[in-house]
Design a protein around this ligand. Structure first.
Ligand code: PGA
Length: 255
């Protein structure tokens, strides 16, 4: 199941676009570009209603499919919920968990960890979002991050940790004008690796991909990956713009 390509670029479409036709157009255009790039794993995270449509379009696996959420319930009578097994059986191989926009609706670290474990049981790679609401220069935010990571990964064993992906998204940089500074991204990424080392040991910790997300666009993507030294990107707005997203994919592929 391990994906061998070197960098991950995950497009989080959030609650867009408004029609299946538009979703199809975006997916086709990006798929065409992504399919010839060997050093990037491109992942679409469309709204769940479009998952079957996009799954059919990407049946050959040129682009991987992600859900934006999963139910906390394994099975049972839960109106409106979609569980991990359904995602697996619908061609989904990644799932964003704990995005700050879901945490703002009340999702807790404990719920995130339950979702992460259900996804791992079903062979789906969780893209676990973590990030502080405020950045200070005294390092208080590091303690927040450490707790958030440890709590969100409860129950994950060294054995299945190789399938997790961490997406570091400082909340203040999501949907903003500018991303975090590259040197700060690098510094925080090192800290995240240290926290992961405490949990899983160094060898495993250093094999877990760490992505950055928050105001990434085609102009800043390559520098963020190179200078921030991350393993990829979680992209919101720019993922709905095929010109920008394709240009980003090519830039990352050229690293
Ligand atoms: P943005 O969103 O790229 O529009 O800032 C990122 C995200 O929410 O994942």
């Amino acid at each position: 199941m391990a994906v061998k390509k070197t960098k991950f670029v995950v497009g989080n479409w959030k609650m867009s676009p408004v029609s299946p036709l538009e979703a199809k157009k975006i997916a086709i255009s990006i798929k065409k570009c992504a399919s010839v790039l060997s050093k990037v794993t491109t992942v679409f995270a469309p709204p769940s209603i479009y998952l079957p449509l996009i799954s059919r379009l990407c049946a050959k696996g040129e682009v991987k499919l992600s859900s934006q959420n999963v139910s906390i319930f394994k099975d049972g009578a839960h109106t409106g919920e979609v569980n991990a097994e359904m995602l697996k059986n619908s061609g989904v191989s990644f799932c964003i968990v704990g995005h700050s926009e879901r945490r703002a609706l009340g999702e807790t670290d404990a719920q995130v960890s339950e979702k992460v474990n259900l996804l791992l049981e079903n062979g789906i790679r969780p893209v676990i979002c973590v990030g502080e609401g405020e950045h200070d220069h005294q390092g208080v935010y590091l303690e927040f991050l450490q707790n958030e990571i440890k709590n969100s990964l409860k129950g994950v064993t060294k054995k299945n940790a190789s399938d997790i992906i961490i997406a570091y998204e400082p909340i203040w940089a999501v949907g903003a004008k500018e991303p975090m500074q590259n040197s700060d991204i690098h510094e925080t990424t090192l800290f995240i690796k240290k926290v992961l080392t405490d949990i899983f040991g160094q060898e495993m910790a250093f094999s877990i991909p760490i992505l950055y997300g928050g105001s990434v666009n085609m102009r800043n993507a390559k520098d963020i990956v190179m200078m921030g030294q991350v393993d990829g990107l979680l992209v919101g707005r720019e993922s709905l713009n095929p010109i920008g997203f394709n240009s980003m994919l090519k830039e990352i592929n050229s690293i």
